[in-house]
Design a protein around this ligand. Sequence first.
Ligand SMILES: Nc1ncnc2c1ncn2[C@@H]1O[C@H](COP(=O)(O)OP(=O)(O)OP(=O)(O)O)[C@@H](O)[C@H]1O
Length: 666
Amino acid sequence: MDLEAIQGVGAKTADRLRQLDDAERALEDGDVAALARAPGITEGTAARIARNAIRERHGDTEDFLRTDRARELYREALALVQERAVTDYAKKRVETFYPSASATRIAEVQTFVADARDHDPTPEVREALGDIEPLVAPRDLRVRDRCVATGDAERFARAESAFPEVSVELVEDSRDIAELARGYSTVVVLDERFAGLDIDGDVRVLPDAFDRVDEVVPERLLRFFADNRSRLDAAATVHERAGLDAPCDLDAMRDGLDRLTDDGTVKGDADLHRLRDAVDDLDVAVSTAESVANDRLREAIQSQDVTIEGADLLSLVEQGARVDSLLETELADEFDAAIDAARDHLSDALAVPDYDDLVEQAFVEDPTFPVEHQEEAVNRLRRELQAARDRRAAKLKAALAADLADLRDPAGTLVRAALDLDVELAVARYAADFDCTVPEFVERDGDGIGAGILMQGGRSPLLDVDFEAVDPVDYGVEGVALLSGVNSGGKTSTIDLVGLVVVLAQMGLPVPAERVELQRFDALHYQAKSQGTLDAGAFEATLREFGDLVDGPGARLVLVDELESITEPGASARIIAGILESLHEQRATAVFVSHLAGEIRDATGFDVQVDGIEAVGLVDGELQVNRSPVKGRLARSTPELIVEKLADDAGDGDGFYRRLLAKFAD
Ligand SMILES: Nc1ncnc2c1ncn2[C@@H]1O[C@H](COP(=O)(O)OP(=O)(O)OP(=O)(O)O)[C@@H](O)[C@H]1O
């Protein structure tokens, strides 16, 4: 895959991505979490790269979102789904959905959504998702009881990168290997030429070691499972609770995990435990055994009446014998018993009957008092026990690694499937929470005019009121329209909703409406209301933006909120009228919210559609509004409604209020 063909991926980023094992798969699947594992790639960059890779696949080159407000609407659309995801992975993954002008991309996401909506986001599944994260690769693993040896420099370099956990040694001859075998429990030799050597210790000649990594370093696989235990367990639970088909036998996986300790060693083996305890307890057991012997002897000596013939004593003293010799002759039986007691104690304490011969040698039948252990014999015992412990541990690790090896790939699939389910559930919940429907894309050929957008029962999830309290809005626009309406009637909310629905629809997502038909737009330009009159420079910049906008072809949707506020009302109306004419000629779809709709219409050189959000009356000083704009109707303003109310209240006649009201009719 040519990574640099993806927009925004230069040589440096491509190099970073290549350091991943599965960059291609991650790009293919939009797996943002995996991409973000590449060094120096943040999650934000990873999401952008994943999006651009999808764009590339669908020939989707132009950016759909052309203004700040359009991009903001997209972020709000994303948040509606992200807020419903449990895992960080899913929140990031959702960012690979983007508003697209490509029919194939929209259809791709729509298919994904259709499957997603088959899932039931139960609280139990969501709870299990809470413990899932992408799998981690074990770090900083060191295996010190083993080394890999080779006499070949090239193989040496290859081994260093293939087996970073163990020490790799360059050897010249079998003497070097024998030397290594004295320092390491196991030596793995990579060169065929050393096969058949008779060297003391655990020396294995494995020329195909590179293909048997799990055998040479089973710790890598075991640590992978130990480090990811909670993630795997949670992923298994998600599969069970959500009724998903698992890629492996979940009981076998759990069984394997149960046999592992947190640091990746094998638990539950009695022999290994015994050997481990024996090594750990050896010094204490030896010194207690000494005490046992000495206590016995002390007691025996204390309770003994030693009668010694004067001649014997004299001859002993003359020979320069110490009291030991005296004890030897007089207390030989007690000595034997004390040494036996020490040996028995040591044997019982260590509980490794196979090593009783060595245990026995820790104490010799030498009648000295106090009794002392044989340092050399104890050290030999220690070495033998350590070697046996390591051999047993290695054997168990190899056996468990062999059992788990087949589960390594399914484990990745299992967790990814659970994480992907989170994305699907987030989409399903979003769709359910906002009563969404799948929008219908319509193509209208022939007259060159796009079908625009038609929405029935649209309810904005972005309003500052509870979703239940949102009034449904029917609205449609084909070509160019002005949207008039009373203050706070919902004009901005209406174009926000139109923009949001188009963004969601072109992301491939369902939309919060009863029914939506729309054409596939190339781009969304949304000019938000500016705060106050612009200075000359800002005004010029805004006009330039519109200059660019009306230049060139494209099925664009243009939403503009109260552009009149950029300059004086008289000038604004003329400028807006000119912009509308250009957009009309371009066959663009546009809605301009304005309080000057009447003036703009009068200044426009074609019969521009004017729609109105009308107040249906004033109740207790509160405007009652019909939130659905009425087509072809210039809405009356709030001041007009108030004047009308005052005139009505004043009754018949040519009073002051009637005169004011008459001004609105002019
Ligand atoms: N469909 C709706 N359902 C319920 N409440 C709504 C709806 N549309 C708008 N509102 C309420 O009306 C308020 C004002 O809406 P909005 O700002 O869109 O009006 P506006 O016509 O653009 O106002 P202005 O003329 O001041 O620019 C919103 O903050 C919201 O509380």
